[in-house]
Design a protein around this ligand. Structure first.
Ligand code: DQA
Length: 142
């Protein structure tokens, strides 16, 4: 099974960025954990991070025919991006949405997720562990 893991804007700042919300672990620690979990689950993975909406759309489009699953934390684009939603719908790849924080208990503008309109599963509030849960769900759902 091949999974594309996409992290959106500002997730590269993990460890520095609002640690009381997102934790003290760095982005490279998150990527190391994801690679290790994938190896343990027999998942071949590619990791991608971008701060740019169009680059994320390009990456999703390029995944067509190459990946069986997408695990995505769209960051702030979660709440604004019809383009990312449309790209996911266009390629039709099984998708799990993940958020480090519990977005349902945060500001009103974080309560709505465009990506949730397509994602088969949404995992929130589990920190890094949410990515492991997402990978497990993808593996069980292909
Ligand atoms: C986030 C939640 C978003 O609201 C925020 O803009 C992020 C991170 C999370 O992982 O909790 O950048 O997706």
């Amino acid at each position: 099974m091949r999974v594309l893991v996409i992290n959106g804007p500002n997730l590269n700042m993990l460890g520095i960025r609002e640690p009381e919300i997102y934790g003290k672990g760095s982005f490279s620690a998150l990527e190391d954990s994801i690679r290790q979990w994938c190896a343990e689950m027999g998942i071949e993975c590619e990791l991608y991070q971008s701060n740019h909406e169009g680059c994320i759309v390009d990456k999703i489009q390029a995944a067509y025919g190459h990946f069986d699953g997408i695990l995505i934390n769209p960051g702030a684009y979660t709440h604004t991006s019809v383009a990312i939603l449309d790209a996911l719908k266009a390629v039709g790849i099984l998708t799990c949405e993940v958020h480090l924080s519990e977005i349902s208990r945060r500001e009103a503008f974080r309560q709505f997720s465009y990506v949730s309109l397509y994602a088969g599963k949404t995992i929130t509030g589990l920190g890094f562990e949410g990515y492991r849960e997402g990978l497990k769900w993808l593996k069980a759902s292909v």
